[in-house]
Design a protein around this ligand. Structure first.
Ligand code: FE
Length: 277
C-alpha cells in the first residue's frame, strides 16, 4: 500500500517571488521545505546592499516570512543547509544565524554548511530549511497558525456538533463516567478538538487513571489549551478549554503520574481521535 501525501505550494509577497520553475516552499505531510533563499528584497527583487551581515539577515528574514506564511516558524526548523561563497564568512554568518535559529542556545536545527564556487546573482550566502508545521488543523483539516482562533455562533456550533458534543464543548457539560468512546482507547495517534480540529493531546500522554474519562499527563502543545479557575459546584477546580475555539474539554487535577504531576481529565465527547499512519 502506498501512502500519498498531497503537496501544497506556499506563496507569500513578504518574501522574494519565485521567478522560475520552483516554489518559495512546498508543504507535504507535516513538513515544509523552503527553496534556497538569497538576500533579495521582497519588494524590489534586488540583492540588498552591504555584505555578509546584511545578506544573512535578509535571507533569514525571507525564511521567517515563508515559514509564517506556510504555517510554521523559526522554532520549528529541523534542518538547514547553508551555502557560502567564502567560508571565511562563516563566523559572521553563524552569529546571525544563531540569533534566528537558536536564540536560546539550545534546540538548534541540524545543519550542513558548504562553500560553493558561485551562487545566483553572485550573492554571498544562500540558506534553505526544512521545518515542521504547527501541529494545528482547521475545520477542514487545513493547517492553521496556533494563534488563529475559531469563532462561530451558537447556531453554527449546533450545526457542526452533535447534541451531546454541543452540551460538553459549548455548555461546559460533563459526560457520564465510563461512557466515552475514547476512554479505553490505547491506539497510537493524536487527540484533536472535536470542535475545531486543533491537536490537543498525543496518545503517548494518555494513561489509565481509572476515573472514567480519558486522562493525559500533558497537552501536545501548551499553547493548545487554556486553563481557567472553575468554582462551580462549590469546589475550586481548573477548567481546561481548547485555546483555538474555547470549547470546554474537562479539568486538570494535580494527581497525575507524569513529571508534572498533572492529570488532564478530558471528556471523550470533546475529542476526535486520529490514528497514526
Ligand atoms: Fe477547539
Amino acid at each position: 500500500m502506498s501512502i500519498y501525501l498531497a503537496k501544497t505550494i506556499v506563496s507569500t509577497d513578504k518574501a522574494p517571488a519565485a521567478i522560475g520553475p520552483y516554489s518559495q516552499a512546498v508543504r507535504v505531510g507535516s513538513l515544509l521545505f523552503t527553496a534556497g533563499q538569497i538576500a533579495l528584497d521582497p519588494h524590489t527583487q534586488q540583492v540588498v546592499a552591504g555584505g555578509i551581515v546584511e545578506q544573512t539577515t535578509r535571507v533569514l528574514e525571507n525564511i521567517k516570512a515563508i515559514l509564517d506564511a506556510g504555517g510554521s516558524s523559526l522554532e520549528r526548523v529541523i534542518k538547514t543547509t547553508v551555502f557560502l561563497k567564502d567560508f571565511n564568512d562563516f563566523a559572521v554568518m553563524n552569529s546571525i544565524y544563531a540569533k534566528y535559529l537558536a536564540p536560546k542556545g539550545v534546540g538548534a536545527p541540524a545543519r550542513s554548511t558548504v562553500e560553493v564556487s558561485r551562487l545566483p546573482k553572485d550573492v554571498l550566502v544562500e540558506i534553505e530549511v526544512i521545518a515542521e508545521l504547527h501541529r494545528k488543523t482547521g475545520l477542514n483539516g487545513e493547517q492553521l497558525p496556533v494563534e488563529e482562533k475559531v469563532e462561530l455562533s451558537n447556531e453554527e456550533w449546533r450545526k457542526r456538533l452533535t447534541l451531546e458534543q454541543y452540551h460538553v464543548l459549548r455548555e461546559s457539560g460533563t459526560e457520564r463516567a465510563f461512557s466515552g468512546a475514547l476512554n479505553f482507547n490505547k491506539e497510537s495517534g493524536s487527540y484533536q478538538c472535536a470542535g475545531c480540529g486543533a491537536e490537543l493531546f498525543g496518545s503517548e500522554a494518555k494513561f489509565d487513571s481509572g476515573c472514567g474519562w480519558p486522562s493525559f499527563t500533558i497537552p501536545a502543545d501548551s499553547k493548545a489549551i487554556r486553563e481557567l479557575e472553575d468554582i462551580s459546584g462549590g469546589r475550586r477546580r481548573i477548567e481546561v478549554r481548547c485555546a483555538r475555539c474555547d470549547g470546554h474539554l474537562g479539568h486538570v487535577f494535580p494527581d497525575g503520574p507524569g513529571p508534572d504531576g498533572l492529570r488532564y481529565c478530558i471528556n471523550s465527547l470533546s475529542l476526535t481521535f486520529v490514528k497514526a499512519q
